[in-house]
Design a protein around this ligand. Sequence first.
Ligand code: LMR
Length: 348
Amino acid sequence: MSGSVWRRRALVAVVLMMTSVLAGCGLRGAGQPGGAGSFTIRFSHVVTPSTPKGQAATKFKELVEQRSAGRIHVEVYPNSELYGDGNEMQALQSGAVQMLAPASAKFTTIAPALQVLDLPFLFGSVQEIPKVVARDTAAGRAIFESQELAKRNIRALELWDNGLKQLSSNRPMTTPADLTGLRFRIQPSDVLRSQFEAWGARSTPLAFAEVYSALQQGLIDGQENPYSNISSQKMHTVQRYITESDHGYIGYLLTINEKFFAGLPPDLQRVVLDSARDSAAYNRQVSERLNAEAKRTIQQAHTTEILTLTPEQRRALTDAVIPSVWRQYENVIGKDIVEELLARRGGR
Ligand code: LMR
């Protein structure tokens, strides 16, 4: 082979390599008028566009593209279509995607302290959520000052939420005894495993995209999620009962690859930060309404009975996990944080 063919091949290889490196960094091409580059943010998530997270992602895209006057292009990939629970964290760290918004439980391996948000009955109602997770609270500090995330090139911008989780299965469940022997799908969090253990149930971690078919095939008996996730995944069509337990929280860490963020010019960093903040406000506005609508959709489908708990039944479920499960994770979450949260609840 002649020297010039080798040189041409080497040049093509270098160009391809540079293209994929630039794609990994989200850089679309430099040299726009004014000397500024333009950037692409690939934003992957696992739920449908109709859910509180899906709608907040769309809002974030609109705000960023408008405020950056097109210098940042945001591509949103819903429904695990680009990356799912099994590979999205790796994709974020390597820069194959620039942004994600996984539920906090999905960070358990990377940042175990974030399991603070999985503590059962952490919130008495959705109205308490913003106060408890504000940046200057124990839970807020665990999220926004996480060294484990920083070490892995991940910056948490905001917390979006999807309200509180309900229990579903094919058995009516109002007391811990009703859960005995059932197998629930969980997100990969030890706190969630211990929660179900304390109720006498078993659990299996499973990717979100697999939950519907696992329920349909009877590989698991039940699961826990807010109404919007149950309805948008049609889980209610394969679950005869939902207990309105409001026992757990689904909060999403809106995260960005730190290297990508640091490589943005300061004015575009501001656009990203402001749009993250405003999409979080939007998410809080829509989350409660979307979950209420999803509950109505489930009721109208007449496939599933929704059971409400008496104060005594709720207390029995709570007493089985607080303080025992909370204390079990003091060393993981931080003793001071657990103490602060327990004190907030009046010691239980
Ligand atoms: C789940 O896995 O159940 C949820 O985290 C899915 C989601 O992103 O709401």
